[in-house]
Design a protein around this ligand. Sequence first.
Ligand code: PLP
Length: 449
Amino acid sequence: MRPLPSRTLTRSNAQYKRALKRLPLGVASTFRYWGDDRTIYASHGKGGRIWDIDDNGYVDYRLGYGPAILGYGDDRVDAAARRGIEVGGVFALSTERELIVADRIAKMVPGVDLVRFSNSGTEAVMAALRLARAHTGRDSYLLIEGAYHGLFDAAMWMANLEDWDQSANRDPEITAYSKGIPQELKTLAHLVPMNDLQRLEDTFRRHGDTMAAMLIEPIQGNCCGIAASVDYVRLARELCTRYGVLLIIDEVKTGFRVAKGGVQSLYGVTPDISTFAKAVANGYPIAVVAGREGVMRTFRYGGAAHGGTYTAHSVSLAAAEECLRILDETPALQTIATYGETLKAGISRILERRGIVHSYAGHASMFGLFFAEKAPDNYRDWKTSDYSFYDQMAYFLHDLGIIVEPDSREPWFVCEAHGLDATCLSDTLKAVETAVDLTLEHFEAEKRA
Ligand SMILES: Cc1ncc(COP(=O)(O)O)c(C=O)c1O
């Protein structure tokens, strides 16, 4: 067997040991911990690449879980952000730029009449659910298995596939993602598997009169990019209307990425409320809760509370104005989609030459790679598939200078800078080819052992 690729992580390893004394797991967000000797610390990023503090360079397909839609340190957006610094921060007062950005969003997303800002995806979805509850006077809501809507209690219920006995012909238990979520809240959350139209109808028949909202990511940005069928999303729209339930399309990952008008424009379905975050300002912290007028006006004194000290910060707002202008007025999204398609085709050629069956889920700008003939239709399919090849390959890719999430549920994200960088594609494909071969050898060696 050939020698395994390796990187020097001396500084990252030392930083980890120091950081552990002050920061739980040595990091600022639990998902950034990749093991005691493989947790890396970033030094800087530019375009589609990042460098760690040992000066290892990587082509990055995590892109901070999606926000760097144009690429890291985009000169145009950063120049705008600097103009935002000059404005002075937050005043607990509104500024004129809010309306400029809100107008842009309403122009790009046809279903949006009114807009409010938040600071993170979690905050925006939390506001959307509160808005739906205030508007309908109901408390319960519907989630799709495999979806992720942020780290607030109501969104943190999931199907427990770890302990699920498929053969028993019953649904997985609903369980909390985390300790610290009150069990009492569980009764308010209903879960259904994606793309099961009958189950959706049945659930509305049983609970539709008491539900405030249905939340859906038609392309699941935290579950391989698994996509709902058009029929499924249209049925969801129809059932929501019939039962007086508000449809919330969570576009935190898909918004201003898969299309100017978001995933809702690809499906031709208009939600009552939409949430956006990641791509809005190329990584500057800002999020959006938006929707139709009759619903959004429930944000008022005596209605649904909304606000916050840092809401519509002058730096993020200025960055959002420029980022959305670029996404709206230039071919950036086309560049991204073309690069994604070319990358997928290149990976496929490598895999096909080795007879490795595979498929893709999602959109070219955020795709899941799946080692099976057909991409999964729902989270249960993913869980029951063999994703060990991916996990091992991701491990080798890191050593070879490509960053993808080690968990195969996180899609590969593409930014404009990937498409404009003359060597991102060739660097990636060279590394993928080596990683695939090493993974094959790894499993061969395991079999022999
Ligand atoms: C669909 C979706 N909703 C909400 C969130 C939460 O966003 P944030 O991490 O900004 O709080 C995420 C984060 O990945 C997401 O993908």
